[in-house]
Design a binder for this molecule. Sequence first.
Ligand SMILES: NC(=O)c1ccc[n+]([C@@H]2O[C@H](COP(=O)([O-])OP(=O)(O)OC[C@H]3O[C@@H](n4cnc5c(N)ncnc54)[C@H](OP(=O)(O)O)[C@@H]3O)[C@@H](O)[C@H]2O)c1
Length: 334
Amino acid sequence: MNRKLHVAVAGATGAVGIEMIKTLEKRHFPISNLTLLASARSTGKKLKYNGSEIPVKELTKSVFAGIDIALFSAGSSISKQFAPIAAQEGCVVIDNSSAFRMDEKVPLVIPEINAMDVKKHNGIIANPNCTTAVTLMALYPLHQAFHVKRIFAASYQAVSGTGAKAIEELSRQIRESLNGGHITKEVYPHQIAFNVLPHVDSFLDNGYTKEEMKMQNEGRKIMHHPTFRASVTCVRVPVYRAHSVAVNAEFERPVTVASAREVLLKAPGLQVIDDPAKNEYPQPLYQAEQYDCAVGRIRQDCALENGLAFWVSGDQLLKGAALNAVQIAEELVK
Ligand SMILES: NC(=O)c1ccc[n+]([C@@H]2O[C@H](COP(=O)([O-])OP(=O)(O)OC[C@H]3O[C@@H](n4cnc5c(N)ncnc54)[C@H](OP(=O)(O)O)[C@@H]3O)[C@@H](O)[C@H]2O)c1
């Protein structure tokens, strides 16, 4: 494909959709026509792209004729309903939801790791879970060098990971709390302002949440590493944007801080911010709106064989969603 393309964003008014539009513009994706889709609630709303205002249309079965690439971020049920229809119309769908990630016929791609899998698509390509994406940006280069066996991890996930309504919920609860008023809850089961919730996504029979199991399941598929194991606790924190993950990784081969650092310094899409003497380490506040993820607090794990502990932060709306989706689209047009 070396012509300009008709691109659609489904879920254009959402937290991820807005970032998709900005990322397409910033990275000069070759677009002839941009169609913005959302629910009937948003019909007529206008969103900015490249200096013009584009009206949002309702997502229906008939909108995909003539569209080359559709970036979906309108939730799992919408993807299940509309992505196959779009693919049948000849459009390539890059889907941000969990709907197709574990489907054997659907590649699950982080371009820095398995860009070659894009070629195997049958009309749908899946974007990974945001916490998994941020973690693998640091873990995969280490895996290539030292072969990871398993990780133990805890996430610190921003409210924007839940969408636009959760961003409003944090702001509202901060105001309500500071005014000494009643705290209203619409998105999370408990107050998120001035609190942390060890609960992201729904609980499974094994006691983990769905979000927690994505690290192992999606990690295996993306890294082509079927025996990779991950025990994760996912935690929602009152941060607006960018997820962080504390990782303890055990490798097959011996690893030192110096050899790990050498590998991480060369990794694409990753900054090393790691100078404890100067209080320098990755922080979500400063990773927000950055394309690169950042790794720091790199140290020899004192409880694991061939173990390394590290901390990684990354903007989950970008590397965990919009940027990764646009990078996949860029692979398609290469
Ligand atoms: N937020 C993240 O960091 C992140 C990261 C990775 C993946 N994802 C995934 O991306 C998807 C969207 O997440 P988000 O955070 O952007 O959520 P969000 O802010 O709640 O936005 C949801 C979007 O979906 C649209 N939508 C809802 N119901 C629809 C319907 N019936 N028909 C058409 N469009 C509909 C909404 O349109 P209206 O405005 O018209 O309601 C809105 O544009 C989810 O599958 C999520 O799991 C999110």
